[in-house]
Design a protein around this ligand. Structure first.
Ligand code: B12
Ligand code: SF4
Length: 530
């Protein structure tokens, strides 16, 4: 691919598409990386997450008129809206369940209206973002007719095949991290071997997302520089309760059947040097930041990375940043008493464990590689080390082979976690899995005839959503009904209420039963994709 602009004459505009205000760490890292390689290239970050919706188009035009980019980088973070909590103008999970499972026609109607509103807002957001990309390109072409457009970010990584159909011809669609792609693009090096394709010129390669990312040596982000190219940085710094993203590693070696992180980031775990992570935190700390989110797919992806995590935490202690808090996704099977102590000492005040089920049998069937007994022991160690804050435990019922006895086991497991941390400290987050492309679960869904190859994973039309919001029969209606009752009885404490109702209906197993997974002779295996 020919690049017409000499490398140093490039002017790169990073546009983060509208998003609930989550710190746009992706574009910050990209701009930092480019600056370290090509210090004289002009760059600017423009974050639509800080602009009121009515001003999006005008603000984008104004920024392009002012900056006149030669390379337009759009970053799109999220598209999917299913969440167990109220999101954009309502609770999508609740509306969907009202439509699918309510017996009372009035509740169904409530769901239908809410669902329609959500559907409208989903498609409006989708079309609006695509419109902003096209508008930006058209506007920027006035100044540089040969401008290149690159689109990437979390949402693009998950839906790269579908989004390409709606993007302008010539758009470079990027999957996963974008550092080396930008590097090659700027130097005029052939880049098509990176995880990307060009709309209208090439098709995404089969299994493109499964290709390994090119490793990048990560150094501390230079926030003095970022501040100079991003006038809105202060928006995030001033709000005291923002958890600012800091990445400490990339990649996850696991195979959990429903998860796409392990392919987006790759299975190879790449650790960012602890000194660099601390140096990055220090710069944010000096700007007043006290809350950090380690944005890794998993903060400690496997036992062999415990030492790296401990090294990082020890260096945070040594740095003297003693009044900070941090949060992350934690695989609680990979902790030692020493890790627990360091976690408490460094101010971890929230973490999410995605065990998905409290039944060891199901955890195994979902290929999650967790030992639930070890998780419990490590949670006890964490409590003993003085952890007294909030834990969110993510449960997704009915993924595969759920039965009354496995539900009973999950209740037993959850009650044990409550005994350890205190019932008020353990928040059961009830998710239903949203089927995502390129996962083992998708392969399983093909095999079981639940969806057919070529289905549109981005379609939220009710007949599609019913399949993608994973809750198959025979237990689907049962869970639907339980959730509806929980919203009726206690909408403000949905997760705990679901657990209570499930216990009322099916009871609670012995903990020992939850922790032991008998080896079955006739196991329904998930098909292998890797
Ligand atoms: C950490 C995380 C969170 C944390 C964020 C904490 C924080 N303060 O930052 C929490 C738990 C809060 C969270 C919440 C949600 N998240 Co989240 N999250 C992640 C996770 C694991 C990492 C994101 C991250 O920051 N990575 C580190 C940075 C450096 O990477 P990055 O932003 O992706 O940027 C890199 C690349 O994408 C690329 N890139 C980015 N832009 C561009 C542009 C171009 C042109 C190019 C070439 C490259 C490029 O290069 C960057 C640098 O390498 C991802 C999954 C994953 N493994 O990627 C999901 C993910 C981003 N989340 C997702 C979603 C849906 C959500 C929620 C909306 C869930 C929900 N339904 O409630 C919420 C709400 C978010 C909001 N906007 O309000 C989805 C988004 C895609 C989708 N399905 O729509 C993802 C991809 C997970 C998934 N499998 O679906 N999340
Ligand atoms: S669910 Fe967590 S541990 Fe499993 S593959 Fe995904 S990121 Fe890794």
């Amino acid at each position: 691919m020919e690049v017409k602009t000499p490398v140093m004459d490039n002017r790169i505009l990073y546009v983060r598409l509208p998003c609930n205000p989550i710190f746009p760490i992706g574009v910050v890292y990209l701009a930092d990386h480019v600056h370290k390689l090509f210090p004289t290239i002009e760059q600017r970050i423009f974050d639509l997450g800080t602009v009121p919706p009515l001003d999006y188009a005008f603000a984008l035009d104004q920024c392009i008129d002012e900056f006149k980019p030669t390379l337009l980088v759009f970053s799109w973070r999220d598209i999917q809206i299913y969440a167990p909590v109220g999101g954009r103008g309502g609770n999508p999970l609740q509306y969907s369940f009202e439509i699918f499972y309510a017996k009372n026609p009035l509740v169904k109607l409530h769901g239908a209206f809410g669902g329609l509103r959500m559907l409208t807002s989903y498609y409006t957001e989708l079309w609006r973002n695509l419109g902003l990309i096209k508008r930006g390109l058209k506007r920027a072409r006035k100044y540089h007719p040969d401008i290149r457009l690159v689109v990437g970010g979390g949402a693009v990584s998950v839906f790269y095949e579908q989004l390409g159909k709606s993007l302008p011809k010539g758009t470079i669609v990027s999957v996963g991290e974008g550092e080396t792609l930008l590097e090659k693009l700027l130097t005029g090096t052939e880049f098509i071997d990176e995880r990307c394709y060009i709309v209208g010129e090439s098709q995404p390669r089969t299994r493109l997302i499964h290709e390994q990312p090119t490793p990048v040596e990560k150094t501390a982000c230079n926030y003095d520089y970022i501040e100079s190219i991003w006038s809105e940085l202060n928006y995030y710094l001033q709000e005291g309760d923002f958890y600012i993203g800091v990445q400490t590693k990339r990649g996850c070696p696991h195979n959990c059947c429903y998860c796409v992180y392990t392919v987006v980031e790759g299975k190879q775990v790449r650790i960012n040097p602890a000194d660099e992570v601390v140096a990055e935190m220090r710069q944010l700390y000096n700007r007043g930041i006290r809350n950090f989110w380690f944005t890794d797919a998993q903060f400690i992806p496997a036992r062999k990375f415990i030492e790296d995590a401990e090294e990082l935490l020890q260096k945070i202690v040594d740095s003297g940043m003693s009044d900070i808090h941090w949060a992350a996704y934690i695989r609680a099977d990979n902790l030692t008493p020493k890790t627990c102590e360091l976690m408490v000492k460094t101010g971890m005040n929230y973490f999410e464990i995605g065990i998905t089920s409290g039944s060891q049998e199901l955890v195994r069937k979902m290929r999650m590689g967790y030992n639930l007994r070890t998780v419990l022991q490590n949670c006890r160690d964490l409590k003993a080390a003085g952890f007294n804050d909030l834990v969110s435990v993510n449960y997704s019922f009915n993924v595969i082979d759920e039965r009354p006895e496995t539900i009973r086991q999950t209740i037993a497991y959850h009650r044990e976690l409550e005994k350890i941390f205190g019932a008020d400290k353990v928040e059961p987050a009830i998710f239903f899995i949203g089927l995502q492309p390129h996962t083992h679960l998708e392969e399983y869904a093909f095999k079981e005839g639940i969806v057919k190859p070529g289905y549109n994973p981005m379609s939220h039309m009710p007949w599609n959503a019913r399949k993608l919001l994973w809750n198959p029969e025979p237990l689907g209606s049962f869970f639907g009904e339980v959730c509806l009752e929980a919203w009726r009885r206690n909408p403000n404490d949905f997760g705990r209420e679901v657990m209570k109702i499930l216990e009322e209906r099916v009871g609670c197993a012995d903990l020992e039963e939850a922790l032991s997974a008998p080896i079955e002779t006739k196991e329904k295996p998930l098909v292998s994709v890797s």
